[in-house]
Design a protein around this ligand. Sequence first.
Ligand SMILES: Nc1ncnc2c1ncn2[C@@H]1O[C@H](COP(=O)(O)OP(=O)(O)OP(=O)(O)O)[C@@H](O)[C@H]1O
Ligand SMILES: [Mg+2]
Length: 589
Amino acid sequence: MKELLAINKYIIRYRGRIVLGFIFVALANYFGMLIPKKIGEALDFVRDTLEKVSQTAKADDLSVALIKFSLIVIAFVLLKGFFMYMMRQTVIVVSRLIEYDLRKDIYAHLQEQNTSFYKKGKTGDIMSRIAEDVSKVRNYLGPGILYAFNLITLFVFTIYAMLLVSPKLTLLTLLPLPFLSLSIYYVSDKIHTHSTIIQKQLSKLTVITQEVYSGIRVVKSHGKEQMFSEYFEAESVNFKTKSLQLARVNALFFPLMILLINLSTLIVLLVGGKYVLDGTVTPGNIVEFIIYVNMLTWPVTSIGWIASIIQEAEASQARINAIMNEQTELPNGSKEVENLKGDIIFDNVNFTYPETGISALKNFNLHIKAGEKVAVLGKTASGKSTIAELILRMYDPNSGKILLDGLDLKEYNFHSIREQMAYVPQEVFLFSDTVLANIAFGVENLDVEEARKYAKSVCIDEEIMKLKDGYDTMVGERGVTLSGGQKQRVSITRALVRNPKFVILDDCLSAVDVETEQNILSYLNEALKDKTAIIITHRVHSLQNFDKIIVIDQGEIVEQGTHEELIELNNGYYAQMLENANEGVASWS
Ligand SMILES: Nc1ncnc2c1ncn2[C@@H]1O[C@H](COP(=O)(O)OP(=O)(O)OP(=O)(O)O)[C@@H](O)[C@H]1O
Ligand SMILES: [Mg+2]
């Protein structure tokens, strides 16, 4: 239970309610224990009256007394029910509260992690941590703790009541219970193993289905529908076989339980009957005992169940702890930037990706002055996106320094830097929401006119207005599918509406045609007038409007200058590529 200790801090937070829950459980079981007692008494009363009183008086006396007994029993049942309700209201509610806290903490922790954490391809894992594992831990906190409380108090009260009647009979009656508990544990362990296998198989089926449907265009265009249905069929058969195995084990569960309960009842009748003849116990006591035996069986069977809930929770919590103990966040600086100017210097920066050991930037020196518009040009994998990631401080350089407005990037609180920068990543992403909401992301109360102003500057406004509901059209999974180029331009609009000081556009015009790109670039020059902007592209065309063009290759700057300066260079990369482009070789990669 080592891993579950991590939960204690949450339990302590709600200790008051948990103690209250325990008191309610105890009260519920106390009144529960009184019910069989009263019923036994009633029975003995009937028997005694029948023996003692004359025939005529019997009927009236008995019915009055029996009504009294019934009312008391009903009162006990109601009290028991009330306290059971109260215990659920406390313990189960606490488990939901802790579930909420835990999920919130995991989420907050995940948000803090840097990109390398997410690049390890853990999306599926993270999702199951937040959804499944947290629920398993809740099961331990709610039903787990509740049944354990219940078991303890029920045992104490019921066995106490039984001992008062006859210690010997109690001992004999309880004899089969440990066997019941053990065999249930064994069977639930088997059920648990089979369920886990089935769970895995089910998630495999889900993954197959999800992949096939999200990649349906690839599947269909390759004519692989048949292959996938055969694969799916085979895995489904596998699932069926495993489910049937579970059904077989499950079928054992109830008969086994009933067998053992009846064994206890049989003992009560046989041995108890003898004691009645001896006069040591009354027939009422026998009835009382039989009810006790029935009351005890479910909690006893739940021991095995509680054990497996705890085991599962332990395993889940271990996985949660592993994530919570992972620290990939870079140490944050304390300087808040109020008014970013956007002067950035790469001073002999070297950077190697920790995950792959690929050296992405080498002896990199670059100075971008505040307000400059810079184009970064280079082949695929030359290190262009890496520049953006370093400026946004997704990673720190291995050596060298990056200075922002004259101060080392590490000194700043990176949240405050990122707030003043707008970055459009290479892989654009739109949320399943309206166009307007996607554009307004992070800007409160953005009105449509404002959004349109920026949308116009990237030539997307007209296309949005043509959609069914204009800016209120749903996009993404549950809405209209936008084209690659449209998505890119919506993403750029999203960056612009924030009115940032510093803009980085990572190859986000790659899916629009050259002419539109040229148009957008000249509009952008206007929209970005007083901002620093880095525009990454691998498409070569005239970049006259830029203050500086930087050509990089294999992580190194091979040339830099204005359009005029670069075309002057003999055999320069830019000059040559531009020439090729004009001859019809439009792009480098
Ligand atoms: N997260 C990462 N983890 C490990 N290696 C990476 C990562 N991102 C990029 N790389 C590697 O670093 C090198 C530079 O990549 P980068 O993404 O900066 O290239 P790029 O110029 O943006 O290319 P493209 O034009 O294809 O987008 C590549 O060799 C790439 O494989
Ligand atoms: Mg890139």
